[in-house]
Design a binder for this molecule. Sequence first.
Ligand code: ZN
Length: 359
Amino acid sequence: MEAEDQQQWKRTFFSELPKVELHAHLNGSISCNTMKKLIAKKPDLKIHDQMTVIDKGKKRTLEECFQMFQIIHQLTTSPEDILMVTKDVIKEFADDGVKYLELRSTPRGDSATGMTKKTYVESVLEGIKQSKQENLDIDVRYLISIDRRGGPSVAKETVKLAEEFFLSTKDTVIGLDLSGDPTAGQAEDFLEPLLEAKKAGLKLALHLSEIPNLKKETQVLLDLLPDRIGHGTFLNSSEGGSLDLVDFVRKHQIPLELCLTSNIKSRTVPSYDQHHFGFWYSIAHPSVICTDDKGVFATHLSQEYQLAAENFNLTPSQVWDLSYESINYIFASDSTRSELKRKWNHLKPKVSCNEVNYF
Ligand SMILES: [Zn+2]
């Protein structure tokens, strides 16, 4: 195959590959196009698009990334904004071949627009509902996020809200995410609300071991037996990770949500080939490729699969299996899982896995 043809073949392969996205923050997933619409609505803020995206080859510290989210939050302050970004983000994931998406977002109020945490959640749900009515080929669920910066009292309120919507939405709000600046607060602050959520039947996806030297805090969060781990960057590292942590995660078979570009651009991993995906994949641990914040990190899920394949020498059929096995780790019910597997099997003959051996 000519080099150019091969490039084209690769792009088609990764975009046609049906995919599951399990770690996507709503505000971080806003694309440049949507960002332009938001900026045009609020010219007085003097925000320009370069303030909300980290382009190819550029990096920021984790702290700078969290500052970018503060800027984005100034642009999404009304229920209309949240509805628009939800619909746009869902459409973009669908266009990228994502068939099942779990979006996560922290409910926010805004006194100027009258948005409350409740209307925030309702706007996300309305976006999901309208996307469904438009017959997009994507099944979308919502994980309500606890931002660590809010501390335990806000976390408790968030869990209450999540429980309400868990009961009223019939399988759309299905879990809880713990995220935000990993240096904010202590894991202990969130144990009570997280346990409460677990008891109520909500699934838990916890960001943990995102920065070095948090061994004690990581173990505290792992003891909750989360249903999935976000990043887990330093679990297997000499900087604050340990064999005990790795053994614990393996013993309990807790799936990891791994976001390559996010970790490179926010400087917690030095290069793609050193990403911890390599370690977990080599021991056949449940691992799911995700984007984290496709807008901020200027990526998309097809590209993340391609990066994983190229850096870790995966064959097309290994890439297929990676995507297919991700279905096992979704938070939705067994019937959704079976439905997705049927869809994957139906699409398999169309995605030519055997054309080349390696990427
Ligand atoms: Zn995240």
